[in-house]
Ligand binder design. Structure first.
Ligand code: ARG
Length: 463
């Protein structure tokens, strides 16, 4: 007796159909249809290998390939009907293949299980995703670099403890994020290199009795080699973890930058003005221009880290080999991909549109006696005073300026000499924010020259 609604792919020994709630819970088609093209690609490779190894006949092979081509066309055209009763993308496609070419469709699943099928598809998907993310990250870097180039001489306050510390150039600040993104790209590339092994052919968990050639499918799908242990392969989701971990670090970098844009665009800072395209108004306070895009980038890092955490927790108690828990691996990855791409694009758009108030930055850079370290350094170099004592002399001079409500440069020589008699007029040469930044030309420092060098290096490495 055939059970109504039993799964046509595995329902052979079942005497009743799954409950409604089971069907809903078990089905992954709502999200894993994103693997459709990877599934077809992997099926083509598997079919060609089965023919090459004389496991199925060439005529069956070409019938299957023709059917897969047709399905690919239907999916591209948006004509394919995804059915929840068929659970997942693998069975939806195989079922449709059966409708198109008849019982020969059943031969495609020879020497294959959904367990190796799903991770082959998923690895192919993650590999493509990494390629796309790396391109977007590179574009963001290009935007950072061209903005840094325009602002290699724009002076702004550099902070430690969020207190004015020493002046820096805005270009240097932007290049700091370019460095972070460089590491992000390298983390993604590492993940890609590590995951580029082909799972196809490990079957359900133990390999197969058919004389398959795993190198054949591995080569056809652009992997470096087949995976080495079937048990590890079907239960391994490290490639997804690596992806999510790299994405989490990248999202944290974007979030930190977003936080700075939020601060800088506030009326208290006014370092930058974000464009209307990346801000929103308030329905009650007419003066408001809220940096929503930056806030959302900051917020999305939370869900991306959550995606990593959720997959780690899914995995932590799983015995070898496959358990259905593993079906929970895809949504975090898709969610992270979508939101990371959005964040990168929004960040790039905000940077391209933003107006930089260089004069406001410069004025802010001059506040809080940022030349105090340079003053101490001058005492060391010109009066041969040990740095520790120079530090204390400089602090006393700062105190004098503070009491008089003036900058260090505005302080008269006499007052300085009341603290250290040997100080002479030469000191005024170094008491400006421009001199502070231009003299910091040590390798990796903030001087305009150094920023230009960083930009030059970036361009050499990325062309
Ligand atoms: N949709 C399933 C998943 O994503 C495919 C693998 C199912 N394997 C199984 N043994 N039921 O994990």
């Amino acid at each position: 007796m055939t059970v109504k609604n039993a799964n046509p792919m595995w329902g052979g020994r079942f005497t009743s159909s799954p409950s409604e709630v089971m069907q809903k819970m078990n089905a992954s088609i709502t999200f894993d249809q994103r693997l459709a093209f990877q599934d077809i690609r992997a099926s083509r490779a598997h079919c060609n290998m089965l023919v090459a190894c004389q496991i199925i006949s060439p005529s069956d092979g070409s019938l299957i390939i023709k059917g897969l081509d047709q399905i690919e066309g239907e999916i591209s055209a948006g004509e394919f009907q995804f059915k929840e009763v068929l659970e997942d993308i693998h069975m939806n496609i195989e079922n449709r293949l059966g409708q198109i070419i008849g019982p020969t469709a059943g031969k495609l699943h020879t020497a294959r299980s959904r367990n190796d099928q799903v991770i082959t598809d998923f690895r192919l998907w993650v590999r493509d995703a990494i390629g796309a993310i790396n391109l977007h990250l590179l574009e963001l870097q290009n935007t950072l670099v061209s903005t840094a180039e325009k602002h290699s001489e724009t002076v702004m306050p550099g902070y430690t403890h969020m207190q004015s510390a020493q002046p820096v150039t805005f270009g240097h600040h932007l290049m700091a994020y370019c460095e972070m993104i460089e590491r992000d790209r390298s983390r993604f590339s590492d993940a890609k290199r590590r995951m580029n092994q082909c799972p196809l052919g490990v079957a359900a968990l133990a390999g197969t009795t058919f004389p398959i050639d795993r190198n054949h499918t591995s080569d056809a799908l652009g992997f470096d080699r087949p995976t080495a242990n079937s048990l590890d392969t079907v239960s391994d989701r490290d490639f997804a973890i690596d992806f999510l971990a790299a994405a989490s670090v990248a999202a944290v970098h974007l979030s930190r930058f977003a936080e700075e844009l939020v601060l800088w665009s506030s009326p208290q800072f006014r370092f930058i003005v974000l464009s209307d395209a990346f801000t929103t108004g308030s329905s009650i306070m007419p003066q408001k221009k809220n940096p929503d895009a930056a806030e959302l980038i900051r917020g999305k890092s939370g869900r991306i880290i959550g995606d990593l955490t959720s997959l780690l927790i899914v995995l932590k108690g799983l015995p070898l080999a496959y358990s259905k828990d593993l079906q929970e691996d895809k949504e975090p990855v898709f969610d992270t991909y979508d939101n990371l791409i959005l964040s990168i694009c929004a960040m790039k758009g905000m940077l391209e549109d933003m107006k930089v108030n260089s004069e406001t930055m410069r004025q802010a850079a001059g506040a809080g006696f940022p030349e105090a370290t340079d003053l101490a350094d001058w005492l060391v170099c010109n009066l041969d005073i040990p740095f520790r004592s120079a530090h204390s002399i400089s602090a006393k001079i700062v105190q004098q300026a503070e009491e008089r409500g003036c900058t260090l440069k505005e302080l008269d020589l006499k007052t300085m000499q009341s603290v250290e008699p040997r100080i002479h007029n030469g000191i005024f040469d170094i008491l400006s924010v421009d001199s502070c930044v231009s003299r910091r030309n040590s390798y990796g420092g903030t001087s305009p020259e150094s920023v230009k060098e960083q930009i030059r290096q970036f361009r050499i490495n990325n062309h």
